[in-house]
Structures are given as C-alpha cells and as structure tokens.
Ligand binder design. Structure first.
Ligand SMILES: [Zn+2]
Ligand SMILES: [Zn+2]
Length: 492
C-alpha cells in the first residue's frame, strides 16, 4: 500500500506572504533612494515615509511566510512523518500520540493552529494557518489522527445487499467470472449474472474513463513540499529580478530627475510582474488542494481483515481488483481511490463533491483561473516594460540634449525648448521653453527665433508684447524661416 500524503500546509498563506515580501522590499528601497535624492521637495519626504513603512513591514511578512511554509504529513501503518515546516523530519508513532486538535490562536479567530499532544505530555504545534483552504486542511489531518487514535469513528458504511459466501458469509469480491473462490474460507461460489453484468459494464466504463484514472495517479504522485517550495522561490526571484530592472531603469533615467509619473509607472510594472509571478506559482497549489480533497473524500476503506481487499468508500463492499488507481463499486457505483490510508471521509470537506471527476474539473477550473490571471498580469507588465524603456530613453535623450546645449549645440537647445513647450520628456514649462529658444535664437537658429516670436505674440510663458514679437519675426525671416515671413505679414 502506498504511503498516504496529506498536505498540512498547502502553501497558500506562504505564497501570498512571499508575494508581500517581494512587493515591499525592493519597492521600499527604491522609494527611500528616490525620496532621499529629492528630499528637499514635499514629494521626496512622502516617498521617504512610504518607502520606510514598506521596508519596516518586510521582516514581519517574512516571519509570517516562514511560519506558514508548506508541509506534508506522510501516514503509514506505523505512524506519521512530517515533511517540511517547523517539524520537518519528525516521526511520531501512532501509539505515542494522545490527541490532535485545531485551536484558534488569537482572540479575533483568524488564525488556527493544529496541536498534537503526545503521551509524554509534550504538545507540538504542527502548523498555523489563516487561509480557509489551509484551515480545512488542518481539520482534515486532525480528524485523520483522531480516527487513528479511536477517538472518532469512520462513518458506518451504507450497507448494500452484498453477495456473501455460502460457506462462511464473508462478502465476495465482485467479478465478471461465473464462479469465484472465497478469500476467507476457500469455498467456490457462483456469482449472480446481474452482478457479473454490472462488473463487466463498469469495467468498460472504467477503461473509457482512463483519463480520470491517469489524472488521479498524477495527483497522488505529484511532487511534495519540495516542488511547492521551489515554485515559491522561483516566483520570489522573478519578482526580485523585476524590481532590480525597475531600479536600474530609474538609475538610467537619473534618480534625482525622476518625475512622479515615471516612478508610478515603474512601480505599477513591478507590482504587475510580482502578481503575475505568484499567480503562476499559485497554479501549482491547485494540485495540492485536489490531493487533499481526493485523500480525505475518496479514499477506499482499508481492509478490515488481513488478506482482504479494500472496500467501497460508501457502502463498504469489496472492490473489484486490478483496476488501477480508481475503482468503481459494483453495488452502489461510487468511485474510490485505491492505495490511500486516510480514513476520516470528512463530512466537512465532502460537501457537494460526489464524484472524482468533480474534484478534477474543480482543479482544472482553479488552474485555468490562475493561469488567466498570471497571463494577463504578464501581458500588462510586458506592455508597461516597453513603455518604461521608451520613457527612460526619452528622459536620457533629453538630459543629453541639455548637456549638448550647454556645450553650444544650437540644434540641441532648440530640441530642449520644444520638449519644454510640449511637455514631452519633461514637465511642460513654457517659460523654460522661451529661455532655451532664446539661447538658440541668439546663435542664429531661425526656427527658435520664430518660436520666440509666437510666444511673445500669444503670451506663452512670457508677457505678450507685439513690438518685440515683430522684431523676432523679422530676425527669423532674415535667418531664412519662410513661415516667420508670412506670420510677419499676418501681424500687420
Ligand atoms: Zn467463505
Ligand atoms: Zn459501494
């Protein structure tokens, strides 16, 4: 028999706290750096305060993430071993356990803990959880342990009319053979044709339903906590890398020259990538939840006597043998997962789930929801990254033009003036546009003189003065701007 593996901590809590750390740590650093570089302004002080708050919350989130790290319980005939979490590697024999219960950890009833008391008086806190799916998983394990310890009973089977051995009365394993030998006393029994037909029909149904059995086997054999932990770390690293790129792009644009729009879009982008990365990791957790449901809801009843096979989870009848991971009962038609030894058959988690296909399609739906969210976040982030690259290069080009203008490049001065006038690459400032046009016009740049003339005529960034405008138009016209010549005629 396979060792049953029950997730204690699915990893949902850990996942979102990892995401919290990734969303606070580097953005906090970025805001503090930017705020420090611009500390003379009110915006800079606000950035310092927000960045500081983000940084301060990081250790607390990291501690919560660490406390909720994913873990599994492996159950076999001798006891339970823990894989992952605070008690990783621990093995407790069934006869060492005294009781298991789920308690509220705080007065607001938001955090639950699974406590295992041992016969030697020790109490182990196996896991702490807040997410409802996580808390349900703690209850499942607690109930499994209680059943093992004899404190709770497995619900009695809803007995069907079993075909029993004519020699000893033991229930017979259904088969499509005409006669069958009783496993308890060895007597030969004839099976009624109606039962044989049902077994044959179900065998056909089970073979056409191969995909269900394969999907169940894949769920049972899925990678344990190590896989989940790897997914969490890959997501964290992807998010951290994204934030490093945001920081690098801010540095490229010059941190002290950043405007708040650029900072805002950089942050939006970083957070979109963080969410996308963790949404991808969340897909892996859908499999763990499905495993939990399969184990606690659909496990076949373990044999009651040595030499017997597993029984139907619903009616307790012996299950036909040799049908892979999933067996259908010949009496009541319920499907059971073979090879698990988790006994609670919890009412709490059973709920509306009556078929294994239901659990599988629920898992597929959960997967596709998170896949859609992850893909949309990635698409948004990709678009945002493209936009950020363009903005950063525009900002860099503008800074380069200002430098060249200071080094007597007339063409560069005119470009800077245009950027100020339109508010592209820099905040719109028509007085600055006038000043840079003045620098270029004095060195004989016709278009800049014309631009100055228009500014004087309409009062753009300078007091309107038609006399001075006329002089500027004349100069621009002399320097070769044909448009200035026609504008000059318009003025008269
Ligand atoms: Zn018998
Ligand atoms: Zn049954």
């Amino acid at each position: 028999m396979r060792t049953a593996r029950l997730p204690i901590h699915l990893g949902v809590d850990a996942l979102w706290r990892h995401a919290g750390v990734a969303a606070c740590l580097l953005p906090g650093c970025t805001l503090v750096l930017t705020g420090w570089a611009q500390r003379a302004s009110g915006g800079g002080v606000a950035a310092l305060a927000i960045g500081g708050a983000l940084l301060l919350s990081t250790p607390w989130l990291a501690w919560l993430a660490w406390r909720a790290r994913p873990s599994d319980a492996r159950l076999d005939a001798s006891g339970m071993s823990i894989d992952g979490g605070p008690h990783s590697g621990l093995f407790v024999r069934w006869d060492e356990m005294a009781r298991a219960e789920v308690r509220w950890l705080d007065s607001t009833n938001t955090t639950s803990a699974l406590a295992l008391s041992l016969r030697d008086g020790q109490t182990l806190t196996l896991a702490v959880a807040a997410d409802p799916a996580e808390v349900a998983s703690l209850h499942s394990l607690a109930e499994t342990i209680r059943v093992r310890l004899g404190e709770a009973a497995t619900p009695p089977p809803e007995r069907a009319d079993l075909v029993s051995c004519r020699g000893c009365g033991a229930p017979l394993v259904p088969s499509d053979h005409e006669s069958i030998r009783c496993s308890a006393c060895g007597a030969d029994n004839t099976l009624p044709s109606s039962l044989r037909e049902r077994v044959a029909a179900q065998r056909v149904a089970d073979t056409t339903n191969r995909s269900t059995a394969t999907a169940v086997e894949r769920l049972l054999d899925q990678p344990g906590v190590r896989g989940t932990r790897a997914a969490l770390w890959v997501a964290t690293l992807a998010a951290v890398a994204a934030w490093c790129l945001v920081l690098v792009s801010f540095r490229a644009a010059g941190i002290s020259a950043l405007d708040w729009f650029l900072i805002g879009s950089g942050f939006f982008n970083g957070w979109a990538i963080t969410f996308g990365a963790f949404a991808f990791a969340r897909i892996a957790l859908a499999r763990r939840r499905a495993l939990l449901l399969l184990s606690t809801t659909f496990g076949a009843r373990p044999p009651t006597r040595a030499g017997e096979g597993p029984g139907c989870r619903q009616c307790g009848a012996p299950l036909p043998t040799g049908s892979g991971a999933v067996a259908s009962c010949a009496y009541c038609g319920a499907q059971s997962v073979l090879g698990l030894d988790v006994r609670p058959l919890l009412e709490r988690v059973r709920g509306h789930r009556t078929s294994i296909e239901g659990v599988l399609s629920e898992q597929r739906a959960e997967r596709s929801t998170w896949l859609k969210l992850a893909l949309s976040a990635s698409a948004v982030a990709l678009l945002g990254a493209g936009w950020l690259v363009v903005q950063v290069s525009v900002t860099r080009e503008f800074a380069e033009d200002v430098r060249r203008c200071e080094a007597d490049d007339v063409e560069a001065c005119s470009k800077v003036a245009l950027a100020y006038f339109n508010g592209s690459a820099v905040k719109q400032d028509r007085a600055e546009a006038y000043r840079f046009n003045d620098l270029a016009c004095e060195r004989g740049h016709a278009e800049s003189c014309a631009a100055q003339a228009s500014a004087l005529r309409f009062g753009w960034g300078v007091t309107s003065d038609l006399e001075r405008a006329r002089k500027k138009y004349e100069r621009a016209c002399e320097l070769g701007s044909t448009k200035a010549c026609t504008d000059l005629e318009d003025l008269d």
